[in-house]
Design a protein around this ligand. Structure first.
Ligand code: HEM
Length: 473
């Protein structure tokens, strides 16, 4: 605020105060914060494509323009300082990783290739069947909150495919793990919102910091014991040589793949392995559960879309109630369009932050190295490039290239560029499978006009989702 601003700099968002910048505007609960954030995105979209926002004295350049979003995502692979608040728990895991990101992403990419993911379909089916049974107590009983059911479902899937199918042995730990992860995200966000707490020498004296440490110990304790047990088990089985050849109904969990990489290539130490596994589970389950909540709200409000999906399931799977197979999933083309359209309108991760190591030439401005950028996925997805019907739910747009923006990379539901979501295909396959089981059994009713959203780390429905289910005849 002291530095004279050049006409070539992006404009400053109104209301910047000395020292604290705009930080006072983001203090409040996740609903308040999200309402304010959306106002900023609207302002950016209506003004100059890029607007400067100040977290204390730290500038943050907010982007809602798809071209600029792509430029930043492709040029800036580093994460800003506040991802470091997770250091104690996730540190070198992919989301927060700094120096080792590229090499570890390369090592982990094969664990998310199509063949590996296809071997997970049985696990997706198993959890989906369990979900459908649990939901039976809600059928025909009016509106209820489906989110906890979906969280249990996707946490189960993520833990099985990451830690192994015998994860049931510690299934009591699953609940503790989920609660701890939830609270970790909340405390992280509260720290991000309060600029005073950005300073480690202040934060370390707070009760929040103590709690963060305790929660970290819970998560780390559970995962470390899974790793140790599995190591002992595999050693006694001399199993590593079998790891690469799963039978058709079986799968090799990510933990086994990482233990093999550690064993044969010395790729990870135990702490790194734990940080990766915890990151992957944390990045997988809540995002997928939230995505499915929004999908169900949308198709519950558009019965014609829901019935078309059920028709597609019948065409692909036939009338009988057989399990979904790896061969069915690519044929669920309309369902994939519904998933993408829901992620476009309601992206569970509505913004991504990056830092530049070099100057970045945007369409209207050139900004120096070491700037922090906030790419608004929400803003990118509601930009006029999507056409005059950008705010409407139209899955068919994904089936007609003429109705999509010229650049297919403007869809940022799974982030953009090289540092995008490693689990995007996993997410789509798990969502498709779960949708088949839910919709074959239940008809979903909802009202998207009543949908209110909030956002801390993820954007979610603010309260009850006005959703009900009834058994199909
Ligand atoms: C619908 C579900 C999902 C959505 C919407 C989603 C979205 C995203 C987004 C936007 C990012 C970028 C975050 C950032 O840069 O701050 C990301 C990164 C990541 N996601 Fe996902 N994700 C989903 C499912 C999954 C699943 C199922 C997994 C794992 C099984 C996963 C693992 C990861 C990991 C490890 C990263 C960090 C990648 C890196 O930096 O190299 N995600 N995800």
């Amino acid at each position: 605020w002291v530095k004279p601003r050049s006409a070539k700099s992006p404009p400053l968002y109104p209301g910047c105060l000395p020292l604290i910048g705009h930080a006072y505007k983001v203090i409040g609960d996740s609903k308040h914060m999200w309402e304010f954030e959306k106002k900023v995105y609207d302002y950016v979209a209506k003004n100059k494509q890029v607007v400067e926002f100040r977290f204390g004295t730290h500038p943050l350049f907010v982007i809602t323009d798809p071209d600029d979003g792509l430029i930043v995502a492709n040029h800036c692979l580093e994460k800003p300082f506040f991802y470091g608040f997770f250091e104690e728990i996730y540190d070198r895991g992919l989301v927060t990783a700094r120096a080792n990101w590229k090499s570890h992403r390369k090592l982990l990419n094969p664990a998310f290739n199509l063949q590996v993911l296809q071997s997970f379909v049985g696990a997706f089916c198993k959890e989906a069947k369990f979900l459908v049974t649990s939901l039976s107590s809600e059928a025909g009983k009016g509106p209820f909150d489906i989110q906890p059911y979906l969280i249990t479902n996707f946490l189960g899937t993520a833990c099985r495919t990451t830690f192994g199918p015998n994860f049931d042995e510690i299934s009591e730990a699953l609940e503790n793990y989920a609660h701890a992860t939830d609270e970790i995200f909340l405390l992280f966000m509260q720290r991000v919102q309060n600029v005073m707490l950005h300073l480690t020498y202040i934060y370390k004296w707070t009760s929040a910091s103590k709690r963060f440490g305790e929660l970290g110990d819970i998560v780390k304790g559970i995962t470390s014991s899974v790793i140790t047990n599995r190591k002992t088990e595999l050693k006694s089985m001399k199993h590593f040589d079998e790891v690469e050849q799963p039978d058709t109904d079986d799968f090799v969990p990510l933990l086994d793949r990482m233990l093999e990489l550690a064993d044969k290539q010395d790729a990870f130490d135990d702490d790194e392995m734990r940080e990766h596994l915890d990151t992957i589970v944390a990045a997988a389950y809540d995002t997928s559960a939230t995505a499915l909540t929004f999908i169900l709200v949308l198709i519950g409000s558009h019965p014609e879309v829901q019935e078309r999906m059920v028709q597609e399931f019948q065409e692909v799977l036939g009338d009988q109630e057989r399990d979904v197979t790896r061969h069915d999933l690519p044929k669920l083309v309309y369902t994939e369009a519904v998933i993408k359209e829901s992620l476009r309108l309601y992206p569970p991760v509505p913004r991504i932050a990056r830092t530049s190591s070099t100057d970045v030439k945007l369409t209207k401005y050139t900004l120096p190295a070491k700037c922090t950028y906030l790419i608004s996925v929400y803003g990118l997805h509601r930009h006029p490039v999507w056409g005059p019907d950008k705010d409407q739910f139209i899955p068919d747009r994904w089936l007609d290239p003429a109705r999509l923006p010229k650049n297919p990379f403007f869809f940022a539901g799974f982030s953009l560029g090289k540092r995008n979501c490693i689990g995007r295909l996993y997410g789509i396959m798990a969502l498709k499978t779960t949708l088949v089981y839910i919709l074959r059994k239940y008809r979903v009713h909802s009202d998207v006009k009543k949908l209110d959203t909030k956002c801390d780390l993820l954007m979610k429905p603010a309260s009850g989702h006005h959703m009900s289910i009834e058994l199909r005849a």
